[in-house]
Design a protein around this ligand. Structure first.
Ligand code: 5GP
Ligand code: MG
Length: 477
């Protein structure tokens, strides 16, 4: 079993449209920020399901799939961590059971995967990942009724998952009972569309209908979509706050919130909580742009786009070695001296994880002539591993682990450093339901496994913090 997370992948699906495959490719392209490691599409045709997958972005998949004609399709883009760059991990995963083929795409990470693996042991080749395991479970239970198969297969499966499943004649979309990962439903004429984010519905001209509810199974077959309340609601939902802070596209509505508006409010709140005497507010593009807009607005300071971001350079964050990450950061952002020379700069970013981005950018802004650099982060310090699908490293690699604010400030070489408080973050998230903020608090909405030899480890210092209502895996129905 691979311990590589499936991470914040992107899911898309179309049912009941002759151009289901090309539409799915377009939807996936709008979800590309959720994963560029691999891309795949599965489609229903002639009583069976087939699948095309490639390593790389959606544009590498398109030439091999865009002319496929099928009335239903699902697609997946994968954000894999370094070291797991094989087509074997690409999705959708296709599995043929006694009653036909099933293809499944998964976003999230199943925290009780080890317990589940024990239950399906003896079934031949070991599952390659938690997503592979889910596909096999659905295929095993499938006897022609996809809704029933999914309900049975997900008994005892802990979060986090948003999933789409395709058979020869039906499509199913579901979200775990905590609703940790987003998933929304759209309509394009008579066709039903499923997407991780609403920006991809917009990209094909589909209307947003509503979100798949936490714990809901939506079954689409024939000419109708039905809601099956299949997965027992265990607890209040706990959607992932990091989707709103960093991961989702700003033009999406996620968990009922405009992502851009949410980030702007974080920046406004931070300006009130942590002001700085300065001349210009500079975002780290792209992810901190809205936060900086909010900060500048609330502080009455000028917004200066003084860091150019190259769009040719991809993700710096998951480069495998520190040297490669540094190189990528140098190539990705370039300061514009004329906008900052002799000025006091407030550098706004959305998060500090390992601390590389901030440390390098502070130095480069100084080299480019900034007189002072004050760093403001629109989220609290990341202090704990995410067990639900965000690519946060082992807690020991986290910048904030074992450091107080003064030493963090010194490490990044800033004139001052401030993070948004957890209280302010929660206040901005209200009146939403409780959200999972485990990466900032070390408190998780469900029990998480303690150190597995290869899994990212929990910070033992945090294990006594159980102030949040915690669900125990034994309670999973
Ligand atoms: P650091 O350099 O501190 O390790 O990472 C922080 C930077 O990476 C921030 O600019 C933030 O926008 C971005 N970031 C935070 N989390 C993630 C993630 O899960 N994936 C990617 N690709 N970038 C991230
Ligand atoms: Mg960023």
């Amino acid at each position: 079993m691979s311990d590589k997370f499936e991470d914040k992948c992107g899911l898309f699906g179309v049912y009941g449209h002759p151009e289901a495959v090309p539409l799915t490719l377009r939807g996936l392209a709008a979800l590309q920020h959720r994963g560029q490691e691999s891309a795949g599409v599965a489609y229903a045709r002639d009583g069976t399901v087939e699948c095309v997958k490639v390593m790389g972005p959606v544009r590498a998949l398109a030439p091999r799939a865009e002319r496929i004609e099928a009335p239903a399709a699902i697609g997946h883009v994968r954000y894999g961590t370094c070291g797991d760059r094989s087509l074997e991990s690409a999705q959708p995963i296709l599995c043929t059971g006694a009653h036909g083929a099933v293809a499944l795409g998964h976003n999230g990470h199943i925290v009780n995967v080890d317990a589940l693996r024990v239950r399906v042991s003896g079934s031949g080749i070991p599952a390659a990942s938690d997503s592979d395991l889910l596909t096999r479970r659905v295929a095993q239970h499938y006897t022609g009724d996809l809704g029933g198969a999914v309900r049975a297969a997900f008994q005892g499966v802990a979060p986090a998952y948003s999933v789409v499943v395709l058979t020869a004649d039906s499509l199913c979309a579901l979200r775990d009972p905590l609703g940790m990962r987003p998933l929304s439903i759209g309509r394009l004429g008579a066709a039903t569309v499923i997407s991780s984010e609403t920006c991809a519905l917009d990209s094909i001209g589909a209307d947003y209908v509503r979100d798949v509810a936490p714990g809901e199974i939506v079954l689409v077959e024939g000419d109708r979509a039905r809601s099956l309340m299949g997965l027992a609601p265990w607890a209040p939902p706990a959607p992932c706050i990091f989707e709103l802070i960093y991961f989702a596209r700003p033009d999406s509505v996620v968990f009922g919130q405009s992502v851009a508006a949410f980030r702007t409010r974080l920046g406004e709140r931070l300006a009130l909580e942590a002001p700085a005497a300065a001349d210009v507010v500079v975002p780290v593009p792209d992810s901190a742009v809205y936060g900086a807009v909010g900060y500048a607005r609330a502080s009455g300071l000028e917004l200066g786009l003084a860091l150019f971001r190259s769009h040719v350079v991809g993700r710096t964050f998951i480069e495998p070695t520190p040297a490669a990450r540094t190189e990528a950061i140098l190539a990705k952002w370039n300061p514009i001296p004329s906008l900052i020379r002799d000025r006091r700069v407030i550098l706004v970013d959305d998060s500090i994880v390992r601390g590389n981005t901030c440390r390098h950018l502070v130095h480069r802004l100084r080299d480019a002539g900034a007189r002072e650099v004050h760093v403001r982060i629109t989220s609290p310090p990341t202090i704990a591993t995410c067990h639900f699908g965000v690519d946060t490293p082992d807690y020991r690699e986290l910048f904030a682990t074992g450091r107080d604010l003064a030493s963090m400030q010194q490490m990044i070489g800033a004139d001052s450093l401030a993070f948004l408080s957890l209280e302010s973050l929660s206040a901005v998230a209200a009146p939403m339901t409780e959200m999972c903020n485990g990466c900032f608090s070390g408190v998780y909405p469900v029990d998480v496994p303690t150190a597995h030899p290869h899994s990212p480890r929990r910070n033992p210092e945090l294990s006594l913090r159980t102030s949040a209502p915690s669900l125990h895996l034994a309670e999973v129905p």
